[in-house]
Design a protein around this ligand. Structure first.
Ligand SMILES: [Zn+2]
Length: 217
């Protein structure tokens, strides 16, 4: 990534840019962590095989991750969700049927959130799509939004283990929240090396021995 200089940006903008590079991002993009640990998050769904591989890799590396599953999958796979939970990972709500919440009525948003069998407080909006109205409905239901600060683009057509690795490892910053998908084999294949490279760059990942954190009221 090209480092900009104060003359290119102006002083105030440069300070903002330095803060951004240091990871001083809004609470939602840090998933409300107050520490500089890096958090891996995995969305949507996983097969039984992918579940086992993810749990094994994360256990070997002692990394605690966050999983946001969609409810229409979760309902038939409570056994897999229980495996993630028992392994010590954090489970969040990713709505029932993965629709763009901004296009739904208040009642539909509420139903999409409540039909998902997950306890509060973590919520990740499908497609990262939300606005003030959606956020306030979520708050009323006891949820906060856990967004991300680094998108691996593993969801994109043609994404490879290498493209995922390169994209994530060139964008790391203190407190990063990394968006990954549990159903992408390319992501699971590169995960051990990704974890190793994050640590090689001097960052700490969220681990099972770190205290739980929660959004401040
Ligand atoms: Zn999703």
């Amino acid at each position: 990534m090209k480092i900009l200089t104060p003359t290119q940006l102006g002083k105030a903008a440069f300070q903002k840019y330095v803060d951004w590079r240091r990871g001083n991002r809004p609470a939602e993009k840090r998933c409300y962590k107050t520490t500089d640990t890096i958090l891996l998050t995995f969305d949507d769904y996983a097969s039984a095989d992918q579940t086992n591989r993810l749990i094994d890799i994360l256990a070997a590396a002692k990394v605690r991750a966050m999983f946001f599953f969609q409810g229409d999958w979760a309902i038939d796979h409570s056994d897999l969700i229980e495996q993630f939970r028992e392994a010590g990972h954090i489970i969040g709500n990713h709505t029932f049927s993965h629709q763009d919440l901004r296009t739904l009525t208040d009642e539909q948003v509420t139903s999409e959130v409540n039909r998902q069998p997950v306890a509060q407080p973590w919520f990740r909006p499908p497609y990262g799509s939300y606005d003030r109205r959606v956020r306030s409905i979520l708050a009323g239901l006891g949820y906060v939004i856990c967004y991300w600060s680094v998108d691996s683009y593993d969801w994109a057509e043609g994404a490879t283990s290498k493209s995922i690795f390169d994209r994530v490892t060139s964008r790391l910053h203190p407190g990063a929240v990394i968006l990954l998908h549990a159903h992408r084999d390319a992501t699971i294949e590169i995960l051990p090396e990704l974890i190793a490279e994050i640590r090689r760059q001097g960052y700490q990942l969220d681990t099972f021995s770190d205290p739980a954190w929660s959004p401040k009221a």
